[in-house]
Ligand binder design. Structure first.
Ligand code: UDX
Length: 427
C-alpha cells in the first residue's frame, strides 16, 4: 500500500514512522523545509522516545520518504490528514484553516479509489464537511497518543477507532492496520461523527479528572487532609481507577487545554451550552492552579524581589514541548512580579530560551539553585524527584522549596532542614 501522511508534527511524524515500521510504503508531506531536512536525515524534529530510531530505520529501508510536493503522493491508496488544529486566535474554537488548505491542495491528486482519513482533532461534523468539499471517500481515525509515549501508544494503542461510511472503507483501514488487528488491538467501528467526537471527549474527560483532583488537593491544603492518601483511597475503587490522579499544577500542552475549549465552543453551536459549562469550570480550575502557585511562590520570596530556582519548563515530563506549559506561565508571572528567575529543564531548555528570552535558562540544576531564595518544582521530571536535598541545600541561600508537582519526598526534604511546601499540603 502507498500511504501519504500530510503534516509531520508529533502526530504525523510518529504515525508515518509507525506505518513504515509495519511494512507500508509511506510518504510524509510537509511545507516546512527545516523539518523536512531533519526527517530526511532520519531524525525526529522534536524529542520523543524511540522515534529517531524508527524514522532512521524507515528512511534507510526506503519505506519512508518526505516531500513538500503533493504530486509525489498522487494516487496513493490512503491519505492521512495529520495537520494541526490549534485554538483560534480570537476565541475558543478550533482553527481548521490548515486542514482545509491541505485538503484543497490534495484534491487534484486524489485517485478514484483514494481514501482520505482524518486523524487531526476536529469539531464534530468536520468529516462530513470534508467529504462534501472533496467529493471523495472520507473516514475518521482519531489517535490517542501521549507525548513522551507517542511511539508506544501508536504501536500498541488501547483501541483502534475507525469512523467509516461503508464496508469498503472499513476493509481498507483494516488492511492499513493489519499488524495491530493481528496483535489483538480492539477495533471499534463507528460513524464519522462519533469518531471525531471520541477524541475531544476523551481529552475533556481527562482534563475534568485532573481539575477534580486539583480541587480536592486545594481542600486538603485548607483542611490538613492528606491528598496522597486520598487519591490512593479513591483510586482503589475500580470505577474511579488509579491513573491520571496526580494533583499539582494542572494540565497544559497542545491538546487538553485547547480540546476542552473547542468542545465547549462546538457544544454551544449545537445548542448544548448549558451542560457544556461543566468544561468551562474545568478550564477555570486548571488555570487557577497556575495563579495560585505563582502567588504561593511569591509569598515565599523576599518582598519585591528574591531569586527563584525553577525546575521544569516543559508542560510535562519526558517531553520538550512547551505549548501552553503551566511551568512557563508561573515562571512568567514571577518574572513580571520582580523576582529573578533562573530556570532549568532537562530537555526543553532550548525551546524555553527561544520562546521566553526574558527568562534566564541554565543548563544544570546546580547553577539554577546557587544562591536561590526558593526552589520551585514545576515539571514532574524524575531527575528532580531524585535530587539530594542535602546537596541542593549547600547551594541555596535559603532552604525553602515549593513542590508544585508533588514529586519530592517531604520527609527527606524536611529531614534535611528545608521549609517544605507542596500544593495539596497544608503549611
Ligand atoms: C493528551 C492525552 O492523554 C492523549 O490521549 C491525547 O492524544 C493528547 O492529549 P498529552 O498532551 O501528551 O496527551 O499529555 P498527558 O500525558 O495526557 O498529560 C497532559 C497534562 O496533564 C500534562 O500537563 C500533565 O502534567 C498533566 N497531568 C497528567 C496531571 O496534572 N495529572 C495527571 O494525573 C496526569
Amino acid at each position: 500500500m502507498l500511504i501519504s501522511v500530510l503534516g509531520t508534527g508529533y502526530l504525523g511524524a510518529t504515525h508515518a514512522a509507525c506505518l513504515a515500521a509495519a511494512g507500508h510504503e509511506v510518504v510524509g508531506v510537509d511545507r516546512d523545509p527545516g523539518r523536512l531536512e531533519v526527517l530526511r536525515g532520519g531524525r525526529a524534529p522534536f524529542h520523543e522516545a524511540g522515534l529517531d530510531e524508527l524514522i532512521a530505520e524507515g528512511v534507510a529501508a526506503g519505506r519512508l520518504r518526505f516531500t513538500d510536493d503533493l504530486a509525489d503522493v498522487a494516487g496513493a491508496d490512503v491519505h492521512f490528514l495529520c495537520v494541526g488544529t490549534p485554538q483560534v486566535g480570537d476565541g475558543d474554537g478550533a482553527d481548521l484553516s490548515a486542514l482545509w488548505s491541505v485538503a484543497d491542495a490534495l484534491a487534484p491528486y486524489l485517485g478514484e479509489h483514494s481514501l482520505v482519513v482524518g486523524k487531526s482533532t476536529v469539531p464534530v461534523g468536520t468529516g462530513a464537511r470534508l467529504r462534501d468539499r472533496l467529493g471523495a471517500r472520507v473516514a475518521w481515525n482519531p489517535e490517542f497518543l501521549r507525548e513522551g509515549r507517542a511511539v508506544r501508544d501508536t504501536l500498541r494503542p488501547d483501541r483502534l477507532v475507525l469512523g467509516v461510511d461503508d464496508d469498503d472503507d472499513h476493509r481498507t483501514l483494516l488492511l492499513v492496520y493489519a499488524d495491530l488487528v493481528a496483535a489483538g488491538v480492539p477495533v471499534i467501528r463507528t460513524d464519522l461523527a462519533t469518531a471525531e467526537l471520541a477524541k475531544v471527549s476523551a481529552n475533556a474527560m481527562l482534563a475534568t479528572r485532573i481539575s477534580t483532583v486539583n480541587l480536592l488537593a486545594e481542600v486538603c491544603e485548607a483542611s490538613g487532609a492528606d491528598v496522597g492518601d486520598l487519591t490512593t483511597i479513591l483510586g482503589a475503587d475500580p470505577r474511579i481507577g488509579r491513573d491520571f490522579l496526580a494533583p499539582g499544577l494542572g494540565y497544559g500542552g497542545g491538546c487538553l487545554p485547547k480540546d476542552t475549549r473547542a468542545f465547549v465552543a462546538r457544544a454551544r453551536e449545537l445548542g448544548v451550552g448549558e451542560s457544556a459549562a461543566l468544561f468551562d469550570a474545568v478550564d477555570r480550575v486548571n488555570l487557577h492552579q497556575r495563579s495560585r502557585t505563582a502567588e504561593l511562590a511569591r509569598s515565599l520570596l523576599p518582598a519585591g524581589g528574591g531569586t527563584v530556582a525553577i525546575l521544569g519548563g516543559a508542560f510535562k515530563a519526558e517531553s520538550d514541548d512547551i505549548r501552553d506549559s503551566p511551568a512557563l506561565d508561573v515562571a512568567g508571572r514571577l518574572h513580571r512580579s520582580g523576582a529573578t528567575v533562573r530556570l532549568h529543564d532537562p530537555f526543553a531548555g532550548a525551546n524555553v530560551r527561544r520562546a521566553c528570552p526574558e527568562l534566564t535558562v541554565v543548563d544544570d540544576v546546580a547553577t539554577t539553585c546557587r544562591g536561590a531564595d526558593l526552589v520551585l518544582v514545576l515539571t514532574e521530571w524524575p531527575q528532580f524527584a531524585a535530587l539530594d536535598p542535602y546537596e541542593v541545600g549547600e547551594l541555596v541561600c535559603r532552604r525553602t522549596v515549593l513542590d508544585a508537582r508533588l514529586v519530592l519526598d517531604p520527609e527527606k526534604w524536611v529531614g534535611a532542614g528545608w521549609d517544605f511546601r507542596a500544593l495539596g499540603r497544608s503549611a
